[in-house]
Write a protein that binds this ligand. Structure first.
Ligand SMILES: [Zn+2]
Length: 223
């Protein structure tokens, strides 16, 4: 059961194709796991199409409205449909489709087959090959019981839980849950599940750690 979804405006921007690739990847991966947001994206795409139609300086064709309404009933867009089947059939160990193409040859296996790189004893990371200035896109694997130092954000941090889970001041996040934090949030995530927490994390600016530990660790988190 997914309890935390991307804000609606993010789904609309995704449908309009205006999100930068790293953020679009986070939204697409969430949508691969969340039928509710897939429906919202479909509706936004249909609405966007209808609005484009109204911009053309010719009378609306007869049946255009019916065509739009029919689109609202259509199943999800093809790319996401394939991903969602994989995600639902294989469960938590399957890597959602939108992510797989960034992980190359290791995509056939589950999470354990990926080339994790140790950052600390409790944190492993894989940088995804998206080279977009200002963004850092990674898979993060935190050990059970691990805490992330209290931090706030210079930009926006998008986190999508893929396996395991964590909690912070704003609630509990389990597979499929999407968190979106900006400089107004100071938080301290704790991995409170028995298994490691694997998340897709998209940063559009480096996190800013606020505590004593943070001041020590901060240089390592620079992009
Ligand atoms: Zn959702």
């Amino acid at each position: 059961m997914i309890n935390h979804h991307p804000p609606l405006e993010l789904l609309f921007d995704y449908a309009a194709g205006t999100l930068p690739e790293p953020v679009a990847l986070a939204v697409a991966t969430h949508a691969a796991l969340c039928p509710m947001c897939r429906d919202d994206i479909d509706a936004a795409e249909a609405l966007g199409g209808a609005m484009l139609d109204t911009l053309t300086p010719v009378p609306m064709q007869e049946g255009a409205l019916d065509a739009v309404l029919a689109r609202l009933d259509e199943p999800e867009v093809e790319t996401l449909a394939a991903n969602s089947i994989a995600a639902s059939e294989e469960g938590a160990h399957m890597i959602p489709g939108p992510l797989r193409r960034y992980l190359g040859a290791v995509r056939a296996g589950g999470w354990d087959s990926l080339p994790w790189r140790g950052i600390t004893r409790a944190l492993e990371e894989i940088r995804l090959p998206i080279r977009m200035p200002g963004f850092k896109v990674s898979l993060m694997r935190l050990a059970p019981g691990a805490t992330v130092p209290v931090h706030t954000h210079r930009g926006v941090e998008y986190t999508l839980v893929l396996s395991g889970g964590f909690s912070d001041e704003t609630g509990e996040y389990l597979p499929g849950d999407f968190a979106c934090k900006d400089q107004s949030h100071v938080h301290r995530p704790v991995v409170d599940t028995d298994e490691p927490c694997i998340s897709l994390v998209v940063l559009d600016a480096p996190v800013k750690l606020t505590g004593m530990v943070g001041r020590l660790v901060n240089p390592f988190l620079r992009m």
